[in-house]
Every structure is written in structure tokens, then in C-alpha cells.
Design a protein around this ligand. Structure first.
Ligand SMILES: Nc1ncnc2c1ncn2[C@@H]1O[C@H](COP(=O)(O)OP(=O)(O)OP(=O)(O)O)[C@@H](O)[C@H]1O
Ligand SMILES: [Mg+2]
Length: 271
């Protein structure tokens, strides 16, 4: 396993120290989901976690987002070596979670309202972000009037509008069709190449992991532990539509697949 020098010189942004988590079971027992996980994601890194279903990936992000208290160890989210507060963290879950009673633009304005941004600025920043995700013209549509992919784009705009220092994304494109998924992968790559927010991304899709990431952590089946860390040495800017044609893509995919072979519950579309 090789970690590039440029990465090591950057500040830590997402530090997991000996993290363990067990959920209590109704019969009084406990199920260990995460076991002794330690890893460091650096500022501006696009870091992806892959692993079999049920190995604890969402639990890891829920602990990071402060939604679940870990049984042992800790996760720290930092920016310029200072601990982040919750309002600095963006979390995009698998569901879009838009407020159904608000229009697209009102949804995108919510995080700005919470942060006390003036109405004039809220409107202009929300319009700008809806444009970034290709939703100009749909500002006044309610979520039910948007397709699944459009709802997802709206939820990405709603999260990025407040410029989070660390962005957590849990299988954000899992439920989408292949064309919408590719288009959103391109949107996210372009935005990330512009903003360089630290991203911790979860996916089942190895192609997506390779196309988007600087590094990929491969987790074991439950209780989830980090099995391997793999550098994705594909130059940027990347053409996410054609990344699968690169010879390095094929060899990285083979390596990742071998690492996952023992925990074959994971599925992905064959390429
Ligand atoms: N709130 C909870 N209470 C009890 N058990 C839970 C809870 N949340 C998750 N689990 C259990 O913890 C394990 C890990 O769940 P988690 O959602 O973190 O897995 P995952 O790796 O994200 O899976 P997937 O890839 O299917 O999304 C599962 O066995 C799940 O049943
Ligand atoms: Mg999950």
C-alpha cells in the first residue's frame, strides 16, 4: 500500500481512532458492527469506503455526523487542525430528505437561514447552487414535481450551499439509473475539483469508487474493520465518463475486487 507524499503533508480532516461500535439487541445482547477502526483522511482528499452490505459503513458516517454515539474510540472532524462543529459538516444520505412542503429553492435556502444569512444573499446563493446542479428553471417546483435524480441534485445543492468543510456522502447515487448516476458523478467530480472539500464517500460500486476517489478503504464484513487502503493513481482532472477505458482503471479494479472476494456479499454491475 502506497500513500502519496503530497497527501501526507496535508492537515488531517477526518480522524478515526480505534473506533468500535456495538448495537444493543432486543434480547439484551449486543452486536459488534465496527471493530478497532483507525484511519486518517486528509484535507481536500476524496476518500471512499467500500465493503459488504451490513459491515457498518453507514454507522461509521452516523458516528461522524454525531447521530450515533460510538461504544469506544472516536472520530474527529477537523479543518486547519481545529475541531469542526456540526454546522460545518455536510451529510448527504441515501434518501434525498428534501422538505416536501418547501420548493427547490426554499429547500436550498434552509441551511443558510439556520446560519443567519440575509434573505437577499440566501436567494442569490441558492439560485447559484441550483444552477451548478442543473436545476435552473425548477426553483419553484416542489420535491414531488422533481424526478429522483433532480431531487438528489437538489439535496446536493442544499448541502454544498453552506460550503461544508467536510462532506459525508452515503451511497448518494445508489438508487438512480445508470445515466443519471454518471451525470451526477460528473457533477460531483467537477464541483469537488473546484471546491476541494474533504469528502468521505460510501458506495457499493467499485467503478464509482475508482472514478471519483483519491483513496479507497476496503472494509471486511461485519464486524467492519479496515482490510486495506488503496491509492487511486489516476491523474486529475478526470473524465468520469471514460475512466473505465484507462489501463490503470482495469488493474485497480482487479486489485479491489480481489480484496473484496472473501466478503462477496457486495454486488456491482459488471463492466
Ligand atoms: N440503529 C440500529 N440498531 C440496531 N442495529 C443496527 C442499527 N443500525 C444498523 N444496525 C445494524 O448494524 C449493521 C451495520 O449497519 P450499517 O447500516 O452501518 O451497514 P452498511 O455497511 O451501511 O450496509 P449497507 O451497505 O447495506 O448500507 C447491520 O447489521 C444493521 O442491522
Ligand atoms: Mg449503509
Amino acid at each position: 500500500m502506497v500513500t502519496s507524499d503530497s497527501l501526507l503533508t496535508r492537515n488531517p480532516a477526518f480522524v478515526v481512532e480505534d473506533l468500535t461500535h456495538a448495537f444493543k439487541l432486543p434480547d439484551g445482547g449486543a452486536m459488534t458492527v465496527l471493530q478497532n477502526i483507525s484511519l486518517t483522511v486528509r484535507e481536500n482528499e476524496f476518500f471512499t469506503v467500500v465493503g459488504p452490505s451490513g459491515c457498518g459503513k453507514s454507522t461509521l458516517l452516523n458516528v461522524a455526523a454525531g447521530l450515533v454515539d460510538a461504544s469506544g474510540g472516536k472520530i474527529r472532524l477537523l479543518h486547519e487542525n481545529r475541531d469542526l462543529i456540526q454546522t460545518d459538516i455536510g451529510y448527504i444520505t441515501q434518501d434525498s430528505n428534501l422538505f416536501p412542503w418547501l420548493t427547490a429553492i426554499e429547500n436550498v435556502m434552509v441551511p443558510l437561514e439556520i446560519r443567519g444569512v440575509s434573505k437577499k444573499e440566501r436567494i442569490s446563493r441558492a439560485e447559484e447552487w441550483l444552477a451548478h446542479v442543473g436545476l435552473t428553471g425548477f426553483e419553484n417546483h416542489y420535491p414531488r414535481q422533481l424526478s429522483g435524480g433532480m431531487q438528489k441534485r437538489c439535496s446536493i445543492a442544499r448541502t454544498l450551499v453552506f460550503e461544508p468543510k467536510v462532506l459525508l456522502m452515503d451511497e448518494p447515487f445508489g438508487a438512480l439509473d445508470a445515466i443519471t448516476k454518471s451525470a451526477l458523478q460528473k457533477t460531483v467530480t467537477d464541483l469537488w475539483e473546484r471546491l476541494r472539500t474533504t469528502v468521505v464517500f460510501i458506495t457499493h460500486d467499485l467503478t464509482e469508487a475508482i472514478a471519483l476517489s483519491d483513496r479507497v478503504a476496503v472494509m471486511t464484513g461485519r464486524p467492519g474493520a479496515v482490510h486495506a487502503l488503496v491509492d487511486i493513481e489516476i491523474p486529475r482532472p478526470r473524465d468520469v465518463y471514460n475512466v473505465t477505458d484507462l489501463p490503470e482503471f482495469k488493474s485497480i479494479r482487479r486489485d479491489l475486487w480481489q480484496l473484496l472476494e472473501n466478503d462477496i456479499a457486495i454486488r456491482e454491475t459488471a463492466k
